[in-house]
Ligand binder design. Structure first.
Ligand code: GLU
Length: 498
């Protein structure tokens, strides 16, 4: 029956860039929906008008699309569902689950101090005062005094929260707006959510949600029927799964300020979506077998929520980058060239777009593909072709030219030797000529190439030199060697050692 298929949701609050931890949460929800014929709902929890921005919503939606995790339903927006929360608040008030409270933080703290209570918490001062609603009073949820609220979590097992340790929490702010826990539960019920899969930072609020959910059920609460869930009766409690947190190399929780956590930034640096989603999948789960490279489709086939690990998962950028390099190398050449386009012909190209030469790039592309881990490294590899002058990296210059006493001799010799090759300018001829230049100064080919590479390409690393020179052509190559010689004060066409 379609009504029995899982309905999962991803419910981000748009308060910043799309965090990798949120992307992992979205992915695991998406996987559960895909493997079971279920529905993946996107709900934007945008009730905090001060911290929410429309661009963050766009960021989430476009990054989910980039990762092939488009929702089946939604985006629903909490900011458009205020009336519904008020209906729930009215029902809970009528049912006696809420009471009005006019206490201030300071007032509660003072009373606790006077009573010798050291742990902060609400002292139930207003519980039986029967204050009316309104007049800037918050509404608190009356939690049971005894018993246990249990969260049955697929990943963590049974987690018990003794009710005696649970405060009568504020469910509705003094300005009448519902708090996260209430809006979240009303939505999950209306959207007939069967599995709540989210970060473990939300586990401590879960018992409050359970109490609110049970309260609404006990009131015969009906869904609003507006969300495609196709049911009227409020569903029973969902299955909970709280995903392990992500940590950095120091095993500290990933932080927005310290760590590179924005999915958008990985997209902008040229990580491939397939690689990124593959790596996200491994943050808390591993596939059967040894191979860690798999498609999102294979993941959907193999993934089981029960197999998710509860210990923190290390978000290892180096591993992600390495994996991305493998994905890049596995691309057919045409797809690689296509994927590079934003860095070659778009805003991100560091040269005049009219200088770009597709054929020249195509010649070097297979060599570049072997050498980059992320696509943003591509311009660096080939910019010497499309810039009028090479972008000289001063560190490379210092090491390979200024700090090498034979660099001038090598460059002068190369200038003379290469000048004789202009009508048979090829990789092989340049290779042989450079070997000869090296022999004349007692250098192996690799060492002899270094000053030439820096003079012509600006850097010590890049695609293989002779292919690069072949593509650049004799005129520009010789001019650059001459310029470098000028810079080090050596005489162009200097003596060739015998
Ligand atoms: N909006 C909450 C957050 O971004 C998540 C709520 C949930 O998944 O239940 O932290």
């Amino acid at each position: 029956m379609p009504g029995d298929a899982p309905r999962v949701r991803f419910a981000p609050s748009p308060t910043g860039y799309f965090h990798v931890g949120s992307a992992r949460t979205a992915l695991y929800n998406w996987l559960v929906a895909r493997q079971s014929g279920g529905t993946f709902v996107l709900r934007i929890e945008d009730t905090d008008a001060e911290r929410n921005r429309e661009e963050w919503v766009d960021g989430i939606i476009s990054a989910m699309h980039w990762l092939s995790m488009d929702p089946d339903e939604g985006p629903y927006r909490q900011s458009l569902r205020t009336d519904r929360y008020h209906q729930a608040i009215d029902a809970l008030w009528e049912g006696g689950f809420l009471y009005a409270c006019d206490c201030t933080h300071d007032g509660v703290d003072l009373r606790n101090k006077e009573a010798g209570i050291l742990t902060p918490g609400y002292d139930n001062f207003c519980r039986d005062r029967d204050l009316p609603r309104g007049d800037g009073r918050a509404l608190r949820f009356r939690t049971p005094d005894e018993g246990i609220t249990t969260v049955d979590d697929v990943i963590r097992g049974r987690v018990d929260f003794p009710c005696s340790a649970m405060d009568d929490f504020v469910a509705v702010k003094a300005n009448g707006a519902p708090l996260f826990v209430l809006a979240n539960v009303v939505d999950d019920i209306d959207m007939a959510i069967t599995h709540v899969i989210r970060g473990e930072d939300l586990l401590p609020t879960t018992p409050k949600g359970v109490l609110a959910w049970e309260a609404l059920l006990s009131l015969g609460w009906m869904t609003d029927g507006s969300t495609g869930a196709g049911r009227q009766l409020a569903p029973g409690l969902p299955v909970f799964a709280h995903l392990p947190m992500l940590v950095n190399e120091q095993r500290k929780k990933l932080s927005k300020r310290r760590d590179p956590v924005a999915v958008e930034s990985y997209r902008d640096k040229g990580y491939l979506p397939g690689a990124f989603v593959n790596y996200l999948g491994l943050l808390g789960w591993s596939p059967p077998g040894e191979d860690e490279i798999f498609t999102i489709g294979q993941m959907a086939e193999w993934f089981r929520l029960e197999d998710v690990n509860h210990s923190p998962a290390f978000f290892d950028v180096a591993k992600l980058t390495h994996m991305n390099g493998e994905y890049i190398r596995a691309l057919p050449l045409g797809a690689f060239i296509e994927a590079c386009q934003p860095w070659l012909t778009g805003d991100r190209a560091p040269w005049l777009v009219t200088n770009f030469d597709e054929a020249a790039f195509a010649k070097l592309a297979p060599l570049v593909q072997e050498r980059v881990a992320i696509l943003s490294e591509v311009p660096h590899m080939v910019d010497f072709i499309f810039l009028d002058e090479p972008n000289i990296d001063e560190d490379s210059w210092a090491k390979a030219i200024a700090g090498d006493e034979v660099a001038g001799t090598i460059l002068a010799d190369a200038l003379a030797t290469f000048s004789e090759l202009t009508d048979r300018w090829s990789r092989d001829a340049l290779h042989a000529a450079t070997s000869a230049v090296g022999e004349r100064v007692g250098r192996k080919l690799g060492k002899a190439q270094a000053p030439i590479r820096v003079a012509v390409t600006g850097r010590r690393v890049g695609p293989p030199l002779f292919e690069a020179l072949e593509v650049l052509g004799p005129e520009r190559t010789l001019a650059r060697v001459r310029t470098a010689l000028g810079r080090i004060g050596a005489t162009a066409g200097g003596e060739r050692p015998s």
